[in-house]
Design a binder for this molecule. Structure first.
Ligand SMILES: [Zn+2]
Ligand SMILES: [Zn+2]
Length: 473
């Protein structure tokens, strides 16, 4: 046999493999699972199961969401989602929308958007409260704040590159798993162009449509693409085919709960208790996740955290936990203590003139208990003003913080000292950091850092003692 032919024969098996090799990047099974990506504190991915999906994984061009941020260790810890009303009143929905998205809007906009959300949610058979909650969490209802970033475009922050390959001639082609096989499906989506997401209506339309598709594909896509466990299909709107953290869906579902509260016009029951005082949460839509508790390290252990941090969205309403009198509505000055400032003036103060608390409000309640609300973006009350439980005090921001994103820092004080708010907040609907993946990770990290610090201090004492004994006569 000629040597050339032998060579070809020897290479044949490899040649036969070539088409399969070319397909490899398309096979999600070949990708490492989140746990295998080096984070021991991330939940393990679901093992691959069933037939391989006949499409390459849909993913955002840039996955800028943190994988395990704030997802719960035990998904069952979160109570079942409340149902939406069977028929939705457009006017009430518009008023709830205004409360969620902000009251600064042109007067006609809530009605216009409410009508569009209700129409498209009905057409695609998805929950309008979920559509609005998704829009709120993705863009804070601001279509133009960042008109386009690598994460997505418009109200829903949709990444058109993720979906364009599946849209042909106004139809979205996708697959569902039925009787052990992936069956092709199509959804008519010709009404708007996905290239027009900067406009409100196409953005709302595609948000409703893509939620409808995610609803049909989850949970089959999870096992196929190695998602980590989550509760809701809205995760796929955010992540694409492979979900890498359940924290993002918790935030959407929490916003949906706020929205339902506004729609129903009912304030939550004050279930928490500080001494004799019955308190509600300072934020809407319980349960709420607290990411940091009292006593955690700050500034390399030089000071301790005097309250709790709530995971929250910039601009969210902050409310009085109980009836009382505003004793401070102002700023925390760097090294200079608090100062009352007029609400309008406060928002113009430069970041460099603020201490760690930033813009803050403190309320004195019956029995001498004080509650404080910090890092606000703005406040709407003045010192000496009486406030009712649940009354709006201000809005979540990041004033005074150095690195962290927008969150609410909340403190309770009584008899001249700081009280741990957690025992009062848990019955009112708070989930602590020890129940989240991120909290567990940070806890382990903090313990490690404290141990290193202890060892350093011990060594320094040993050295000082050694020096002392040398110096002795
Ligand atoms: Zn899923
Ligand atoms: Zn804090």
């Amino acid at each position: 046999m000629p040597r050339a032919l032998l060579l070809v024969l020897a290479l044949l098996p490899a040649l036969a493999l070539l088409p399969a090799l070319a397909l490899l990047p398309a096979l999600a099974h070949a990708e490492p699972s989140p746990a295998a990506e080096g984070d021991p504190f991330a939940p393990a991915a679901l093992p691959p199961k069933g037939p391989k999906p006949p499409w390459p994984r849909r993913r955002r061009a840039e996955e800028k969401i943190k994988p395990s941020a704030h997802g719960l260790l035990d998904l069952a810890r979160w109570p079942a989602e409340p149902p939406s009303p069977a028929t939705v009143d457009e006017e009430r929905f518009a008023s709830a929308l205004r409360q969620l998205c902000g009251g600064w809007w042109p007067p006609k906009r809530p009605r216009q958007w409410a009508a569009m959300i209700l129409e498209h949610a009905r057409a695609f058979k998805v929950d309008p409260f979920l559509v609005l909650a998704t829009i709120y969490r993705q863009s804070r209802c601001l279509p133009n704040e960042k008109p386009e970033d690598s994460f997505g475009i418009g109200l829903g922050k949709i990444d058109p590159r993720m979906h364009a390959p599946f849209l042909k001639k106004g139809r979205y082609r996708y697959f569902v798993l039925e009787e052990g096989a992936w069956k092709p499906r199509e959804l008519e989506l010709g009404k708007f162009s996905i290239l027009n997401l900067r406009r409100a209506e196409p953005s709302i339309y595609f948000t409703a449509a893509l939620l409808a598709i995610a609803k049909r594909q989850c949970p089959a896509t999870d096992a196929a693409f190695g998602s980590i466990p989550h509760r809701h299909f809205v995760s796929h709107f955010i992540w694409g085919d492979r979900v890498r953290g359940a924290g993002a869906e918790d935030r959407v579902l929490q916003a949906r709960r706020s929205l339902l509260e506004y729609y129903g016009g009912k304030a939550p029951e004050p279930r928490g208790r500080v001494k004799e005082l019955a308190i509600r949460l300072p934020l809407d839509g319980a349960p709420r996740v607290v990411t940091s508790v009292m006593g955690s390290d700050r500034d390399d252990g030089k000071r301790f955290h005097k309250g709790v941090d709530f995971a929250s969205t910039w601009g969210e309403p902050v409310r009085a936990v109980a009836d009382g009198r505003v004793v401070l509505a102002g700023i925390d000055r760097p090294g200079g203590g608090p100062l009352n400032v007029d609400p309008e003036e406060a928002t113009t103060i430069k970041a460099s003139q603020l201490g760690p608390g930033g813009l803050f409000v403190m309320v004195l309640h019956e029995g001498g208990v004080r509650s404080a609300y910090m890092h606000l973006s703005s406040y709407v009350v003045k010192a000496n003003q009486r406030v009712k439980q649940g009354e709006l005090l201000g809005h979540v921001g990041k004033s005074g913080t150095k690195e962290s994103g927008a969150h609410l820092h909340f403190e309770l004080r009584g008899e001249g000292k700081h009280l741990d708010p957690m025992p009062a907040l848990v019955p009112a609907g708070v989930i602590g950091p020890e129940e989240t993946w991120l909290g567990r990770k940070l806890d382990v990290e903090e313990k490690r850092v404290r141990k290193v610090r202890r060892v350093k201090r011990w060594r320094a004492r040993q050295e000082a003692a050694a020096k002392g004994s040398q110096g002795a006569p």
